[in-house]
Write a protein that binds this ligand. Sequence first.
Ligand SMILES: [Cu+2]
Length: 170
Amino acid sequence: MKLMIHALTFSMVALFATSASTALAEESAADSINVADGYVRAVPPVSPTSAAFMKLTNTGEGTHQLKSAESDVSEFVELHTHTMGENGMHEMRKVEQIELPAGETTELKPGGLHVMFINLKNPLEPESQVDVKLNFEDGSSKQLSLPVKKMVPMQGMDHSKHMDHSQHMK
Ligand SMILES: [Cu+2]
């Protein structure tokens, strides 16, 4: 009698172990995607928009897609890219998803792919943190806390020094 119970217990343990290892073999997109160097652009209080940038490395065997992002900082959160318009100007465009090929690092960076925050609810203070959730194609998701960073203005875009200078001239 005692032996039978032991045998039963053993087979139940074996069953659990089998199902657990099956679950592990099926890695979710969120498990496969490593996020590095993520940050959100600091913007002056008057700005209605900002963006998040980061490096997404797919360490898994298959291609994954970033389908959407969520955050409390703005009314809308969209996945965007920059394209060169017919007028030769950079234009932002919404994309349905961001492809994350296996074994590759996909970089979200200024002038390229980014997570766009539209209609900010509060100013983004430098050194504060922004919670951003990334949603992948298989329903898995990744919760991030990204620092807000001041961006170095692009060359020729920084008119603030000019204005200071002219004020001194008066
Ligand atoms: Cu954008």
